[in-house]
Design a protein around this ligand. Structure first.
Ligand code: NCD
Ligand code: ZN
Length: 472
């Protein structure tokens, strides 16, 4: 019997091995790896790698609310061009994704516009704890808690609300991502810096020293460990909090960690060239953080590479005062070529890349083994990679609406040349060739919940009061 598609002659990459094999696809699934049957369509991948599509646990697609910065079509198109086949989209939109209505609104838009598969984050904040269960039932893939201020100005919840939120999520086994920077320290420092007349690019860094991250990561770990909740640390930017995470993992806390190309490859040296446009949360730090982050990836303290794709218009990034510049920049489209360049430089292997960009995020978010791996039964989310192609990243060529990038002009070696999502070619040679709406919510199965200290949760202690009242 003929398969729908066979990708022939490529070097198939797993987290442990690289081997020549054909990959056969039927009904959107991988049905054979190795000797493939005949096919209706053949794709020649000789001389190229075939890798699982990258899974990006941190993107901001801005819609609803800031359509002019990005929408789901431009955002997921950028993802497909970047070899990313599943994205997890953040809740700091307008309205924020903290209510059932807001979630439904976003789900409708995504269903119509997406080219690649996706998960949607629900918001955990001070005022929506009553909505968390409904958001889970309606299909969010995880939650985001903004412990520190960032784009969207969503206030950090109090510790009491955050702990209670973690209790609820622990009972349901959902993972909560935290933007781990201490809000109060940063607000105070920014006010002091502004009063002192500082508005230069490095003032932003000065307002958010490493201690903000050490403190917030520690607090989030304490709450996750106490509640038995699952935690994910967004955009790890500094070496300093790594010891907290190393220890937490050794104790068995279910915490996963992402870093991003900008923290692995850029430093304050790049501020001279890029000025305020490099403003991002957490900030790009002094030299001396990159190497420890690489080591933490190799050691497994940092699990994965995400992008924090944070699109803004060029004029929103070019204001004279750093405090007036929007934070973040696009990245979902440039991550793979940047990291393939590091593979070519010998800094990591192609199998390392697949482990950090595909396998580990799939496992953390309950998509594995449906996604993140090339084996029979998995979704045919595949990327054909030309690891030799040398080219120059160009912000004007981005599919994202955000035509501004700190990577503009950077020479890279390696490119995703074809992206398939569930067996459909979505991107070929940089062109989007599928229809919007092909992308679907990624099916998720998290491990069984493992809540702890359940007799001391807010739900438990208030239930006791109820009982006492009835008995009395
Ligand atoms: C992000 C954004 O623009 O939404 N900005 C950023 O600087 N990273 C928000 C975030 O992830 O902190
Ligand atoms: Zn963040």
């Amino acid at each position: 019997m003929a398969a729908d598609i066979v990708i022939r002659g490529g070097q198939v990459v797993s987290a442990d091995a690289v081997f020549e094999a054909d990959v056969a696809i039927e009904g959107g699934k991988i049905v054979a790896v190795g000797d493939a049957p005949g096919a209706k369509t053949t794709i020649d991948a000789s001389g190229k790698y075939v890798i699982p599509g990258a899974i990006d646990s941190h993107v901001h697609f801005r819609t609803p609310g800031y359509e002019y910065k990005e929408d789901w079509q431009s955002g997921t198109g950028a993802a497909a061009r970047g070899g990313v086949t599943t994205v997890l989209e953040m809740p700091n939109t307008r309205p924020p994704t903290g209510t059932l209505e807001a979630l439904k609104m976003k789900q409708d838009i995504a269903a119509r516009q997406a080219y690649v598969d996706y998960g949607i984050y629900g918001l955990l904040d001070e005022h929506n704890l009553d909505a968390l269960e409904a958001l889970i039932d309606a299909g969010v893939s995880g939650f985001k808690c903004f412990m520190g201020n960032t784009f969207g100005d969503l206030p950090a919840p109090s510790d009491g609300a955050m702990l209670e939120g973690f209790e609820i999520l622990a009972r349901r086994g959902m993972r909560c991502t935290v933007h781990a920077e201490n809000a109060s320290i940063m607000a105070r420092r920014q006010a002091r810096l502004e009063a002192a007349g500082r508005s230069d690019p490095l003032a932003h860094l000065a307002s958010r020293p490493e201690v903000c991250a050490i403190e917030a990561v520690s607090r989030a770990v304490v709450f996750a460990e106490w509640t038995g909740g699952r935690l994910h640390i967004a955009h790890k930017s500094s070496k300093d909090a790594l010891y907290v995470l190393r220890d937490a993992k050794r104790r068995g806390v279910d915490v996963t960690v992402e870093t991003c190309p900008q923290y692995l490859l850029l430093s304050t040296r790049d501020h001279e060239r890029l000025g305020n446009a490099l403003r991002v949360n957490p900030p790009i730090r002094e030299p001396g953080h990159q190497e420890p982050l690489w080591r933490a990836l190799r050691e497994g303290v940092v699990d994965m590479i995400a992008t924090d794709h944070a699109p803004h218009l060029p004029e929103e990034k070019a204001r004279a005062s750093v405090w007036q510049c929007d934070c973040g920049f696009p990245g979902v489209e440039t991550q793979m070529p940047l990291m393939l360049t590091e593979v070519n430089r010998g800094r990591m292997s192609i199998s390392d890349y697949v482990r950090w960009a595909c396998v580990n995020p799939a496992k953390a978010w309950g998509f594995f083994p449906n996604k993140g791996v090339i084996q029979p039964g998995a979704d045919a989310d595949l990327v054909v990679v030309d690891a030799r192609r040398e080219w120059t990243l160009d912000q004007s060529q981005l599919f994202s609406k955000s035509k501004i990038s700190p990577w503009h002009g950077r020479r890279v070696q390696g490119a995703p040349v074809m992206t398939l999502v569930r067996g459909k070619v979505v991107m070929e040679d940089g062109r989007i060739v599928a229809e919007p709406g092909w992308g679907k919510p990624a099916k998720q199965k998290m491990p069984a919940p493992a809540p702890r200290n359940v007799d001391k949760t807010t739900a438990a202690i208030t239930a006791v009061r109820e009982t006492l009242r009835k008995v009395g």
